[in-house]
Design a protein around this ligand. Structure first.
Ligand code: CTP
Length: 473
C-alpha cells in the first residue's frame, strides 16, 4: 500500500481534519486512524463506530441541545469578546460551548461592540451581555468581582494585541480588563490580529509575560486575513479548537490535575550565519504528543519547543525557541514544575562564533566550522539540589546498543527515567508516527510494544501519574 502522511493532504482537507481532530481532542494522526477504523468497521455488519460527537465538557455527563438551560453542575465559562473582526466567530464559539453543556456569560469590550452586539450575544446566552464597568444595574446585579469569580474558566476570544498588552500590564480601565485582573480562575486566550502585529516585539513580550503568569494560549493559526491580500500567522483558532483547549483545562480530577509539567520538544537550530544553521531530523511529534497527553490528564503544561511544523497542542502554553541556550532559559523560566520531560533533540554543539553576515564562498578556500558545547539542559535540571522537579525524565535517541546506552545515560545525567528509542534509519522513528520505546528506570527496563506516538505519550503520562501517586516508580 502506498504510504500517505497528513502533510501530503491538500490544505482544505487538512483544515477540516484539524477541526475534526480538535473537536474530538485527538491528534490529526489519531483522527485519521479512527476514520479508517470506522470505515473498515462499516463494511462489517455489527461493527460499531468509536466516534462520539460533541463530547460534553468535563463536569457534565451529556451534551445538550442549546435551547435547554445548563444544569447546576455545568462548567461555567466567562467569555470575553475583544474588538477584532474575528469577534463574529465568538458567536459560534458560544453555541459550540453550549452544545457541550457549558453555562456561558459574556463580556464585550467597547471595540467588540463594533463587530457584534450585546443583543446578539444576550440572545444566544439567554442572559444579558455585560459591557460597562460603571453600569449601576450590572454592578448591582452581578458586579465585576462576581463576574470574575463565578466561573470555572475565563476565555478571551478574540484576544486582540491591545487586550494582550493591557492584560500583560495589569490594566483595569474597563469591564473586560477589570475582570481579567480580578479573576482567580484559569484564563485561556485565543489571539487574533494582523501577522505584523502578531510578530511585533511588543506582542511577543506581552505574550511571554502572560504565559509566565500561567495564561493558556490557543492559536493563532495561519491563513488569510480579513484585509484583502494579507495572509500569515494571526487568524484566531477555530471555535472547535478553542473548545478543545477549554475542555482540557476544565478536565477536573484528571490523573495529573494540579500538577505542573514542563516538556521540551523538537530540534534546536544553531546558527552559523544569518542563513545557515546546524539542525537535526527531530519532528517534535513525540514531545508534542506528551504535552497534549499531560494537558488531557489535567496538568498545567508548558511546552518549550524548537522549530517544528506542528500545531500547538490544545490547552498547553507553548514557548517557541530556536537554540539550545534559548531552550534552557525557557525551561528555567517555566519552573517550578512537578515533572519535567525532556523529549527535545537538543543540538549538542553550536558554532563557536556566529557570522553577522552571510559567509561568502571563496574560490579555493573551505571555511572551518569550530564547535562549542551547548549546555546539557536535562543533566543540569536533574542534578539541581534545590527546585528540582519530583520526576525528571530524559529521552535517549540511540542507533545501536539502545538499552545499554540508555542505562549509561540514566546514570550520567542523573535523571529518574530514560525513555529510550531506536532512531536508526531502519526504525523510521524520526519523522514517523510510531515509536518503539524502552522505559529505563533505576529498578529495571520495560520494553513497550511498537505503538503510535500518541499512545506512547498517553502510556508515559499514566506511568507519571502512578509514580507521583506513589503507586509505581
Ligand atoms: N538533552 C538536553 N540538553 C542537551 C542535550 C540533550 O536536555 N544539550 C536531553 C535530551 O532532550 C534528551 C537527553 O538529553 O532527553 C538525551 O539526549 P541525547 O542527545 O540522546 O544524549 P546526549 O547526552 O547528547 O548523548 P549522545 O549524543 O552521546 O548519545
Amino acid at each position: 500500500m502506498a504510504s500517505l502522511t497528513v502533510r501530503q493532504l491538500d490544505d482544505t482537507l487538512k483544515r477540516l481534519l484539524r477541526l475534526r481532530a480538535a473537536r474530538h481532542g485527538r491528534s490529526m494522526e489519531d483522527e485519521v486512524r479512527v476514520i479508517l477504523r470506522d470505515a473498515a468497521q462499516e463494511s462489517h455488519p455489527g461493527g460499531s463506530g468509536t466516534e462520539q460527537s460533541q463530547a460534553a465538557l468535563p463536569g457534565r455527563k451529556t451534551s445538550r441541545p442549546t435551547s435547554e438551560p445548563a444544569s447546576e453542575d455545568a462548567p461555567r465559562v466567562l467569555l470575553i469578546i475583544g474588538g477584532g473582526i474575528a469577534a463574529y466567530k465568538s458567536l459560534d464559539l458560544i453555541r459550540r460551548l453550549q452544545e457541550r453543556g457549558a453555562h456561558l456569560r459574556c463580556v464585550l469590550t467597547a471595540a467588540a461592540q463594533h463587530f457584534v452586539t450585546p443583543l446578539a450575544v444576550g440572545a444566544l446566552t439567554g442572559e444579558r451581555a455585560f459591557a460597562d464597568l460603571f453600569d449601576p444595574q450590572s454592578e448591582f446585579d452581578v458586579g465585576h468581582i462576581r463576574l470574575a469569580r463565578d466561573c470555572d474558566l475565563v476565555v478571551v476570544a478574540p484576544a486582540t494585541a491591545d487586550l494582550l498588552a493591557k492584560m500583560a500590564g495589569g490594566h483595569a480601565d474597563d469591564l473586560a480588563t477589570a475582570v481579567l485582573l480580578a479573576t482567580d480562575k484559569p484564563i485561556l486566550i485565543a489571539p487574533a490580529m494582523n501577522p505584523g502585529m502578531w510578530t511585533a516585539k511588543a506582542t511577543a513580550r506581552n505574550l511571554a509575560q502572560l504565559t509566565a503568569d500561567g495564561v493558556r494560549v490557543v492559536g493563532p493559526n495561519s491563513g488569510e486575513m480579513a484585509e484583502r491580500g494579507e495572509a500569515g500567522l494571526g487568524r484566531m483558532a477555530e471555535p472547535l479548537e478553542i473548545v478543545a483547549a477549554a475542555q482540557s483545562i476544565l478536565r477536573r480530577g484528571g490523573s495529573l490535575a494540579g500538577q505542573r509539567v514542563v516538556v521540551t520538544s523538537g530540534p534546536t537550530h544553531e546558527p552559523i550565519d544569518p542563513v545557515r544553521y546546524i539542525a537535526n531530523r527531530s519532528s517534535g511529534k513525540q514531545g508534542h504528543a506528551i504535552a497534549a497527553a499531560a494537558a488531557a490528564a489535567g496538568a498545567e503544561v508548558t511546552l518549550v519547543s524548537g522549530p517544528v511544523n506542528l500545531p500547538d497542542p490544545p490547552g498547553v502554553s507553548v514557548v517557541k525557541v530556536e537554540t539550545a541556550r534559548q531552550m534552557f532559559d525557557a525551561v528555567e523560566a517555566a519552573f517550578p514544575a512537578d515533572v519535567a520531560i525532556f523529549a527535545a533533540a537538543v543540538a549538542d554543539w553550536r558554532s563557536q562564533g556566529t557570522s553577522a553576515s552571510k559567509i561568502k564562498k571563496q574560490l579555493g578556500h573551505t571555511p572551518t566550522l569550530t564547535l562549542t558545547e551547548n549546555p546539557d539542559i536535562l543533566s543540569s535540571i536533574a542534578q539541581r539540589t534545590s527546585g528540582r522537579p519530583r520526576l525528571v525524565i530524559g529521552f535517549a535517541a540511540e542507533t545501536n546498543d539502545v538499552i545499554a546506552n540508555a542505562q549509561a545515560k540514566l546514570r550520567k545525567k542523573g535523571c529518574d527515567w530514560i525513555v529510550a528509542n531506536d532512531v536508526s534509519a531502519e526504525s523510521g522513528v524520526m519523522g514517523g508516527d510510531t515509536n518503539t520505546v524502552h522505559l529505563v528506570t533505576a529498578s529495571g527496563v520495560e520494553s513497550w510494544q511498537p505503538q503510535a506516538k500518541d499512545q506512547v505519550a498517553r502510556s508515559l503520562i499514566e506511568r507519571v501519574a502512578a509514580a507521583l501517586d506513589g503507586r509505581q516508580r
